[in-house]
Write a protein that binds this ligand. Structure first.
Ligand SMILES: NC(=O)c1ccc[n+]([C@@H]2O[C@H](COP(=O)([O-])OP(=O)(O)OC[C@H]3O[C@@H](n4cnc5c(N)ncnc54)[C@H](O)[C@@H]3O)[C@@H](O)[C@H]2O)c1
Length: 253
């Protein structure tokens, strides 16, 4: 078996997933880059000297199984791919809610089922999920997204309990407002933006690298006794509850 540790990153084509691939490659992992945008996955793989998976939907159980079957080992899984839609609950179509829940909650389960046996064969590993501050301080007009990210926390805790005896740690990172391709056009830095930087204790939106470094820590031996936890990486957004909520209530969508 190869000595080189393997990390799978989903949603690796851009944003937090691409930056996570960079950090994990720096830490010595061979990174398998997964995205529904195959060209973007290939670009990240080239950037980090990793492996591009064929374009796939993270919910495609057969494609996930085929990918994992081709790996000799798997030490790390970062289930990062996620989607969100801006609708009030009353205007959220059930089909859209199902879509968000299946990408954000069911897909991480599919990946856990696929990689856990392979990780266990080699003594264990680390799985990291992406939750969101939306699970902690709900913003109106974000459809089923907050519920999906709250679900991610419960999934993380349950997986930590069930996989712990296999030597597999399962944690989550909870980003605040992070500038990525996915949030382009809504980013902070000025008070005219949808959510101004003044609502954030550290006074700025986060960068993808801020999240990637926390993920890197959870994938490293430095976190070997941490499981079932969420690390909130939000610049203090959710501890300033009053300001945050006041801001959210007065913000125009
Ligand atoms: N950016 C933020 O402010 C923020 C805040 C909280 C949580 N998050 C979470 O962090 C994660 C990454 O966010 P981001 O801003 O980098 O997103 P992004 O939209 O910039 O990138 C997401 C990537 O995932 C891929 N993807 C989406 N659905 C997929 C699917 N079904 N199958 C395969 N690939 C798929 C996309 O092609 C894209 O490359 C998400 O889970 C998101 O919910 C982000």
């Amino acid at each position: 078996m190869s000595d080189k540790r393997i990390a799978i990153v989903t949603g690796a084509g851009q944003g937090i997933g691409r930056e996570t691939s960079v950090v994990l490659a720096r830490e010595g992992f061979t990174v398998v880059c997964v995205d529904m945008n195959g060209a973007a996955a290939q670009e990240t793989a080239t950037l980090v000297n990793g492996i591009a998976a064929p374009a796939m939907d993270v919910r495609d159980e057969a494609a996930v199984a085929a990918l994992v079957a081709g790996l000799e080992r798997c030490d790390v899984l970062v289930s990062n791919a996620g989607i969100w839609k801006f609708t009030s609950l009353l205007e959220t179509p059930v089909s859209e809610a199902n879509d968000v829940l299946s990408v954000n909650v069911v897909a991480p389960l599919i990946w856990i089922k696929a990689v856990a046996p392979l990780m266990a064969k080699n003594g264990g590993g680390s799985i990291v999920h992406l939750t969101s501050v939306a699970a902690r301080a709900v913003a109106s007009g974000t459809g089923i997204y907050p519920a999906s990210k709250a679900g991610v926390i419960a999934l993380t805790e349950q997986a930590a309990v069930e996989l712990g005896p296999m030597g597999i740690r399962v944690n989550a990172v909870g980003p605040g407002r992070i500038e990525t391709e996915g949030t382009a056009g809504r980013t902070g830095g000025n008070e005219d933006s949808l959510i101004g930087a003044s609502a954030i204790a550290l006074g700025r939106w986060g960068r993808a690298n801020d999240i990637a470094e926390a993920i890197g820590f959870l994938c490293s031996p430095q976190s070997s006794y941490i499981t079932g936890q969420v690390i909130w990486v939000d610049g203090g957004l959710t501890i300033g509850t009053n300001d945050y909520l006041r801001h959210m209530r007065t913000s125009k969508k």
